[in-house]
Design a protein around this ligand. Structure first.
Ligand SMILES: *[C@@H]1O[C@H](CO)[C@@H](O)[C@H](O)[C@H]1NC(C)=O
Ligand SMILES: *[C@@H]1O[C@H](CO)[C@@H](O)[C@H](O)[C@H]1NC(C)=O
Ligand SMILES: *[C@@H]1O[C@H](CO)[C@@H](O)[C@H](O)[C@H]1NC(C)=O
Ligand SMILES: *[C@@H]1O[C@H](CO)[C@@H](O)[C@H](O)[C@H]1NC(C)=O
Length: 396
């Protein structure tokens, strides 16, 4: 995208300011942990033109994550910015690392907005672009006085999650290089909160709202905490795992074991990652086939919205399927069948027939796990941007 040299100069000036703030954080008075509620919504597929979930993108490994294109359930929060505007449908995404809005209602510069240049981000299929500002941005209880925010004037490939106001990227520090054009990398919302002394530690915790296994209705409200984790939402200790290199890429870690009922699929360590912007439960390709072969009549859905996922024969129910057990550090996290099967009441809106018992299980590629929304409904996760670790805890 073309940009004027004026923008470039502004951009350079801004970067200098950011660096200065980073060097001398002021631990001013203020609450230590700030909370933001968020919700998961079901997107009716019939309105999305029957597009597939983009599994090939998940399989592709090194491609940028495709949060929007992979979601049918959206985890969204409200972002206040611009000219006194409220953007209520902002996707929470641990798989990318800039904030932008304007996907539905245009961002209007407000009293605190300063134009700094342009932004451009791609999510595998599609993306967003437009001018970039610094602005006062409020998300739940958390306020940043000078946050870089993209004001999209063009988006593409996001039809499946419409309406979508924008994306709040919560990926690792320095994983957004070049997305605000002319900048190497820019502070995420979490880093800005630390830089401005609002929170003391660049740590955040996420609980994805859970859907009832029977009805498909939302039964818990999701939450992000900035500055720490919400002890009220978890039981037991947080297992912290070191991020796998490169640490400025994505939230990845070693999975220690994996089993399907009594079938021990892996006792070797294998890489895994979390991505709140992606819907599915992503298993290593070989394991997906192992599960397929172990239950006669199981198949891979060839097309439609659940293309690439496992479908069990219709005589199989949650009662006849064993749980998965994921080993993280010294803890086991159980995923019961009721949580990896698509609730029957959702079949109509997902354009599925009763010929199969459908699941959220898909391939995350060769030899790696991807913990998307349906997995994270069952596991509390925490992210330490300074310690470069990912934490896991059992939900209350
Ligand atoms: C619903 O599924 C049928 C096949 O089962 C397909 O022909 C149709 O195009 C789908 N509709 C949408 C909106 O995806
Ligand atoms: C969208 O924003 C870009 C970057 O600021 C700009 O170059 C372009 O002219 C804008 N397009 C429209 C249609 O406003
Ligand atoms: C992950 O597991 C591999 C293989 O066991 C090991 O070599 C590596 O050190 C582990 N990395 C971390 C960060 O735990
Ligand atoms: C379920 O149906 C499949 C074929 O679709 C069959 O092979 C299997 O034996 C059936 N299982 C049960 C428990 O009836």
């Amino acid at each position: 995208m073309p940009r004027s040299s004026v923008h470039k100069m502004r951009a350079v000036a801004l970067l200098a300011t950011c660096l200065a703030v980073t060097v001398s954080p002021s631990y001013a008075a203020g609450p230590k942990i700030l909370k933001t509620k968020f919700t998961s919504t079901l997107v009716d597929i019939s309105s999305a033109g029957g597009k597939a979930l983009g599994f090939s993108k998940v399989n592709a490994g090194n491609e940028p994550d495709a949060p929007a294109t992979n979601a049918i359930l959206k985890a969204v929060a409200t972002v206040e910015a611009g000219n006194n505007q409220e953007f209520t449908e902002v996707l929470i995404d641990t798989g990318s690392a800039i904030l932008w809005v304007g996907g539905e209602e245009a961002y209007e510069p407000g009293p605190n907005s300063k134009l700094i240049g342009d932004f451009s981000i791609g999510y595998g299929i599609g993306g967003a672009g437009g001018p970039a500002y610094t602005d006062r941005v409020k998300i739940g209880d958390a306020v940043v006085n000078s946050q870089i925010i993209g004001a999209a004037n063009a988006t593409s490939g996001l039809a499946l999650v419409k309406p979508i106001d924008g994306i709040l990227g919560l990926g690792p520090a320095n994983s957004n290089s070049g997305q605000i054009i002319g900048f190497n990398s820019t502070p995420t919302f979490i880093e800005s909160l630390v830089n401005e002394g609002v929170i003391h530690e660049p740590v955040f915790g996420i609980e994805i709202s859970s859907l009832d296994a029977g009805s498909g209705n939302q039964i818990t409200t999701g939450e992000i905490t900035f500055g720490g984790i919400d002890e009220d939402r978890i039981v037991g200790d947080v297992v912290w795992l070191d991020q796998l290199p490169p640490i400025n890429f994505r939230w990845s870690f070693n999975v220690t074991s994996f089993s399907f009922g009594t079938r021990q699929l892996s006792t070797d360590t294998m890489p895994g990652r979390t991505d709140t912007g992606v819907l599915l439960i992503g298993l290593p390709f070989d394991f997906l086939f192992d599960v397929l072969r172990s239950i006669p009549g199981t198949t891979i859905v060839s097309d439609g919205v659940l293309g690439g996922t496992l479908a069990f024969p219709s005589n199989v129910t949650a009662d006849s399927l064993p749980p998965f057990n994921l080993g993280l550090g010294d803890q086991l996290f159980e995923l019961p069948a009721s949580k990896y099967l698509v609730p029957k009441p959702l079949y109509t809106s997902l354009n599925l027939t009763e010929d199969f018992t459908y699941s959220w299980l898909g391939s995350a590629g060769q030899g790696s796990f991807m913990l998307g929304q349906k997995w994270l409904e069952n596991i509390y996760t925490a992210y330490d941007m300074e310690g470069h670790r990912v934490g896991f805890a059992h939900l209350k």
